[in-house]
Ligand binder design. Structure first.
Ligand SMILES: NC(=O)c1ccc[n+]([C@@H]2O[C@H](COP(=O)([O-])OP(=O)(O)OC[C@H]3O[C@@H](n4cnc5c(N)ncnc54)[C@H](O)[C@@H]3O)[C@@H](O)[C@H]2O)c1
Length: 332
């Protein structure tokens, strides 16, 4: 499937990360690509299929380095800005979260503005909302983040939109909800709940839930998240505005543990550890705006997406790239 973008020069930050690498795969089919990452956490192997392609430059750079970002933005049509330090890292290192997520976005905006890019796509997060006060959560839902990570993502949104209002830089904001699928991080502080449960179950251990498991998320398969980011990026009506991208269903963490136990053929009941500090209790997206503005229609239902994720993780294990120890708890 093509990206809807063609014959353009496109820069992606956080390109070797989970979502950035899938986005880069799609865009590289028809565009000249500048793929930027500092490789602090995103493995270079995520870009293996793009290495050596004549239309792809893979650049090691820090998004907080405004001068280098400005050089890299020369001649670029569209910037997709995804580089971050993740939520769990922010719990122990809030300063890094601020520096990379807020500061890095400011640098990226300044660089893009100086080079006159045609569009700046800021990939934000549902974490900017905090816990749902009303559901489903439309873009008008109050933004009251519960973590420094969420606050730093919100600062990034406000910087991108301020660059639109003050300098006319054509910026827009995409707010994906929790995304899962192949290449999702499964080790250390970056390990996400779905691969963490799968690794625990495959190793014959009970899945470890932080808190009582009643917290909910709107899990979205990575292909649907990427389709939403691309659809939003091409939508002129969204310049200066924000849009949710999500599957549009609410599921509890306890239910995820049940579904994954079934996939893994396990009858082990989950065990519980202390709740994660600042954990959001409820997320359920209203995706009507994305549907209305660019016909967004997620395609991968939860059970199919979980099966595809489990198949991928099994391949990772067979290749010796992970083991149960990768899913240690607590992981922040
Ligand atoms: N994964 C999700 O569930 C989810 C949900 C909502 C929003 N998002 C957003 O999507 C975007 C991508 O998330 P992801 O899950 O792919 O994250 P990720 O951690 O997999 O990728 C982030 C990438 O940024 C790179 N990076 C970190 N610091 C950097 C720096 N200073 N300079 C350059 N690169 C740096 C990392 O090496 C990594 O490859 C983020 O903006 C995130 O807020 C993700």
């Amino acid at each position: 499937m093509t990206s809807g973008f063609s014959s353009l020069k496109i820069l992606v930050t956080g390109a070797s990360g989970f979502i950035g690498s899938h986005l880069s795969d799609r865009l590289a089919q028809e565009n000249e690509m500048v793929l930027v990452d500092d490789f602090s956490v995103g493995p270079r192997s995520n870009l293996a299929s793009l290495e050596g392609r004549p239309n792809v430059s893979i650049v090691t750079a820090d998004v907080t380095d405004r001068d280098q970002m400005q050089e890299l933005c020369a001649g670029v049509d569209t910037v997709f800005h995804l580089a971050i330090s993740c939520l769990r890292t922010s719990l122990g290192n809030p300063r890094l979260s601020h520096d990379v997520n807020a500061g890095g976005t400011l640098s990226a905006c300044a660089a893009a503005q100086a080079q006159g890019v045609r569009r700046f796509v800021y990939v934000s997060s549902s974490e900017v909302y905090g816990t749902a006060e009303t559901t489903p959560m439309a873009e008008t839902h109050p933004c009251r983040p519960t973590t420094v990570y969420g606050a730093s993502k919100l600062a990034g949104e406000l910087y991108a939109l301020a660059y639109f209002k003050t300098y006319g830089m054509p910026a827009l904001v995409v707010r994906p909800f929790n995304t899962y699928g192949p290449r999702e991080p499964y080790a250390g502080a970056r390990a996400e709940v779905i691969p963490r449960f799968l690794l625990q179950l495959e190793a014959g251990h009970a899945p470890v839930i932080y808190g009582d498991g009643s917290q909910t998320r709107d899990f979205t398969f990575v292909e649907d998240t990427v389709a939403g980011i691309l659809g939003a990026a091409a939508c002129d009506a969204l310049v200066g505005d924000a849009v949710n991208v999500a599957y549009g269903h609410e599921v509890s963490i306890r239910r995820i543990a049940e579904l994954l136990a079934r996939i893994a053929g396990s009858d082990l009941e989950p065990v519980h550890e202390n709740a994660r500090p600042g954990d959001v209790m409820r997320h359920f997206a209203d995706t009507e705006k994305a549907r209305r503005l660019f016909g967004y229609q997620p395609k991968v239902d939860l059970e199919t997406g979980l099966l595809r994720t489990a198949d991928w993780l099994r391949q990772e294990r067979l290749a010796g790239r992970t083991d149960a120890a990768a899913a240690g708890t607590p992981n922040w």
